[in-house]
Structure formats: structure tokens, C-alpha cells
Design a protein around this ligand. Structure first.
Ligand code: URA
Length: 295
């Protein structure tokens, strides 16, 4: 029994150390293979081979294009960018994502979930198994917003529980937090078939619920995981690489977009960029920022 617990603990520590090393942070010189640890110089060579090289964002695939001419010409609420670089982001004219939210007072996550109900507002309802509303601390200072549920999330009804979710959990723990400290949700609450990107009409149908979640949780910081979340909240068609890691403002809250964990699984060297982004978030939240080679 005690042996099993110690094996589990060892595995957890080992995974955590792997994660830090992927980020370029070498906390300890250790031997987890049973063979002698390579000397510092050869370890440096090893990690240099996995060091960050500018990610090829084309591999992430294009952002969904706005469908034709928007039905309504009412502009979405203006962005208040912190960075001058993004000051000229084009605003997509279209139905305001916030129209329904603005009328609501005394809202709550429970009420938002009740209003979502057994949703049939878009075509994703016909293929989903479970609605994935969101999970975590309803009073979190930090929200992570992903794209949409995958197969594991669809089966369990919880966000980020598959491979990408395990990486997100490691990222959260590397920040000195636990999943229960933050709130995690997605732009769309039902799985797009074959894990395709959510389409414009699906995002439009689901976004009011995301806006209500953000409003009622009232976090200090919103982290958009990937282009779909960033595009939805910032109402821009710009590629995420143009504003990733920059502080922006969303309805009076600090927003930072970073790469999606699924992208990091395909491009591990980009983890060091994400770690730099998370360190910015940690600084704002008053969390101890760990010094590493990549910082
Ligand atoms: N990817 C997402 O964007 N969200 C999830 O919940 C899982 C994977």
C-alpha cells in the first residue's frame, strides 16, 4: 500500500520535473533512469536540441472565417487594448455577444447553467454526449478559456480532461496553483464532430453563456488558450501570434492569449513561450515567479 503511494508520488514528481525541463527550467540534476546523470554540459546540449524555435502557426490551421456579411451591423463592444501593437485590430461587426448578458442582474453560474439547459441552440447538440459547461472555483481570480470539448470531455462532461487537459493541469500546477483554484471553460460547450474547429454560428449561439460565466466569476485575469478563444473574446481575425503574450483588456479585465495545450503537444518547444506568458499571469496574481533558463 505504502509502496504504491510512493510509486504514485514518484511518478507525479517525475512528470512535474519533465514538464519543468520542457519549459527550459532545470531545477535539479537528477538521475531518473537508473543510469548516471549526464554531466551539466551534455545536459545543456540535450536541452538545446529541444529549445524554442518560433512556432509555425500555419500548422494550427486557419481561424474560422466570418460567414459572409454580418446580419447585424451593431459593432461589438470596443476593445481597450493595453498594447499599442493591437490598437488597430479590426473589429468584426456582428450581433453583440453581450446583448443578453447586459440585461441580467444577480446572475450566477447556476442560473447560467440552468438557462443553458439541454441546449439545442446549434447543430452541435445532435452529436454531443455531454454538455461541458465549465469546472473549477466559481470565485477564481484566473479563468482559462479553451476552444471546445474533445472526445474525453464529451464523455465526462468536464473541460480539459484528455491529453491536452493533462498538460493544462501541469501548467496550472507549475504556476503554484491547482485546478480547483482556477475556472476552466470553453467557447463552445458541446464537442464539434471530429474535433473540428467550432463554426461561426456555433460560437455565436454559445458565446453568451461564456460571457455570463466571465461576468459572474469576475476574474482578475482571463487566459485564452488558442486562437478560437482569443478571436471570440477579442472579436478579431488577427492571428494569435500577433498578440500572444501581450496584456489586453476585455470588459475591464486583463486578458492574455497564449497557445493552446493541444498545439503544445504537437510543438513541445513552444512550451517555453507559454511558460513566459504564464509567468506574466503569475506576476499579476501575486504568485511567486520561478526563475528558469527560459525566463
Ligand atoms: N480542448 C479544448 O479547447 N477544450 C477542452 O475542454 C479540451 C480540449
Amino acid at each position: 500500500m505504502a509502496e504504491r503511494a510512493s510509486e504514485t508520488l514518484h511518478k507525479k514528481l517525475s512528470d512535474r520535473l519533465d514538464f519543468y525541463e520542457d519549459l527550459g527550467i532545470q531545477l535539479f540534476c537528477r538521475d531518473r533512469t537508473g543510469v548516471a546523470a549526464p554531466d551539466i554540459e551534455s545536459r545543456a546540449e540535450l536541452s538545446a536540441s529541444t529549445r524554442f524555435a518560433a512556432p509555425d502557426l500555419q500548422k494550427e490551421g486557419p481561424l474560422p472565417k466570418p460567414a459572409g456579411k454580418p446580419a447585424l451591423q451593431k459593432a461589438a463592444p470596443a476593445l481597450t487594448p493595453v498594447s499599442p501593437k493591437i490598437a488597430s485590430l479590426p473589429v468584426i461587426a456582428g450581433p453583440s455577444l453581450f446583448e443578453s448578458v447586459e440585461k441580467i442582474t444577480g446572475d450566477s453560474l447556476l442560473k447560467t447553467r440552468e438557462d443553458l439547459g439541454e441546449c439545442r441552440r446549434c447543430k452541435l447538440h445532435s452529436t454531443r454526449h455531454k454538455i461541458v459547461f465549465g469546472d473549477g472555483n466559481p470565485k477564481a481570480e484566473l479563468i482559462f478559456v479553451g476552444e471546445g470539448p474533445g472526445a474525453d470531455e464529451d464523455a465526462q462532461g468536464l473541460p480539459f480532461v484528455g491529453r491536452a487537459g493533462k498538460l493544462l493541469t501541469q501548467m496550472i500546477e507549475a504556476m503554484g496553483l491547482q485546478r480547483k483554484d482556477v475556472y476552466i471553460c470553453n467557447v463552445v460547450k458541446c464537442r464539434p464532430p471530429e474535433n473540428r474547429q467550432p463554426e461561426e454560428d456555433e460560437i455565436r449561439a454559445c458565446s453568451p453563456f461564456l460571457m455570463r460565466q466571465i461576468d459572474v466569476i469576475a476574474p482578475k485575469v482571463i487566459v485564452c488558450l488558442g486562437a478560437v478563444a482569443a478571436k471570440t473574446l477579442l472579436q478579431t481575425n488577427r492571428g494569435i501570434s500577433q498578440f500572444r503574450g501581450e496584456w489586453l483588456e476585455f470588459r475591464g479585465r486583463k486578458l492574455l492569449a497564449t497557445y493552446h495545450p493541444a498545439y503544445l503537444l504537437r510543438n513541445p518547444p513552444a512550451k517555453s513561450e507559454v511558460w513566459k506568458d504564464l509567468q506574466k499571469v503569475m506576476a499579476v496574481l501575486g504568485l511567486e515567479v520561478k526563475k528558469g533558463k527560459s525566463s
